[in-house]
Write a protein that binds this ligand. Structure first.
Ligand code: NAD
Length: 276
């Protein structure tokens, strides 16, 4: 199965598949089979991080899946302890080594960690990695508007993406508007609200109406909103289900009903204070 997932264009001219596969909390030994199953189901974008401890497993899957490297989109992230200019360059080399790759498609600053006050110098190292071509695109994760604005003011280099917690109960409207104004693609982590968003009666009713599952309704809402969700499932049946969202559409009224589910739910982790 190829070509089931359309691409979203990034500001640097490359593109990212609109639905990716996240491997947070997948133990390294289980990662190769999980990623191979995901690739078999049709995923081409894999989201890992040095924190997850499974870059080697991702690399083994990329090496053994039989697809040309350029058909896959591999993202990883710089952990907080490695922020800083030279330490970023070293941490990137170590990630690339663990992945067994010559380049990643996307490298993200995992958290802004403002108490360190190093995300601007970290970003300057990211610019070097992008210029070298070893990170095809560079971006951030868990950045709030103030953090993004500071990067723009002090470096003028726009992140290709900001990967943030986003689902129907936590819709991040002001942040998405800022992204749209600056050409930043919104990636959504915990796109299913860790499963909880699937229980909302509106979601269940729309699933019934479209003869789909609640997960497909929420992921279709993401797609029509223009975000890039990275749902996680270890179950091959659910992995396939989470990709099968490109052959139906929600009406404007249905999109509005889902948008009305925003509760401004508490962030799982507050980026302004995380790591203090
Ligand atoms: P998620 O919203 O993807 O939810 C996962 C849960 O939903 C699991 O319990 C799974 O069993 C269930 N589920 C998945 N598909 C389903 C289906 N079709 N039907 C019913 N239930 C289903 O949340 P997550 O795992 O927290 O996030 C996904 C990915 O986001 C992670 O793997 C990681 O790559 C990324 N992430 C990034 C950050 C960050 O700081 N950048 C933080 C957390 C997660």
């Amino acid at each position: 199965m190829t070509g089931v997932v359309p691409d979203v264009r990034l500001g640097n001219g490359t593109s990212i598949p609109q639905v990716g596969f996240g491997v947070f909390r997948v133990p390294d030994v289980d990662t190769e089979p999980a990623v191979l199953a995901a690739i078999e189901a049709g995923y081409r974008s894999i989201d890992t991080a040095s924190l997850y401890g499974n870059e080697e497993g991702v690399g083994r899957a990329v090496a053994s899946c039989g697809l040309p490297r350029e058909e896959l989109f591999v993202s990883t992230k710089l952990w907080n302890d490695d922020q800083g200019h030279d330490s970023t360059l070293r941490a990137f080399d170590a990630s690339l080594h663990r992945l067994g790759l010559e380049y990643v498609d996307l490298y993200l600053i995992h958290w802004p960690k403002p108490s360190l006050d190093r995300y601007v110098e970290t970003w300057r190292a990211f610019e070097t990695l992008a210029a070298d071509g070893r990170a095809r695109a560079i971006g951030v994760s868990n950045f709030q508007i103030a953090h993004l604005q500071r990067l723009l003011d002090e470096t003028g280099v726009v992140p290709a993406v900001n990967q943030v917690e986003l689902h129907t109960r936590l819709q991040q409207e002001p942040l998405r508007r800022f992204h749209a104004e600056h050409g930043i693609v919104t990636e959504a982590w915990s796109p299913l609200g860790q499963g909880q968003a699937l229980q909302d009666p509106t979601v269940v009713e729309l699933a019934r109406r479209h003869d789909r599952t609640p997960a497909q309704v929420v992921l279709r809402w993401h797609v029509q909103l223009g975000t890039v969700p990275v749902p996680k499932s270890a179950d091959p049946r659910r992995q396939a289900e989470n990709l099968a969202v490109f052959d139906f559409a929600l009406t404007d009224d249905e999109m509005a009903a889902l948008s009305a589910l925003d509760r401004g739910a508490e962030l799982a982790t507050d980026p302004a204070t995380f790591g203090h």
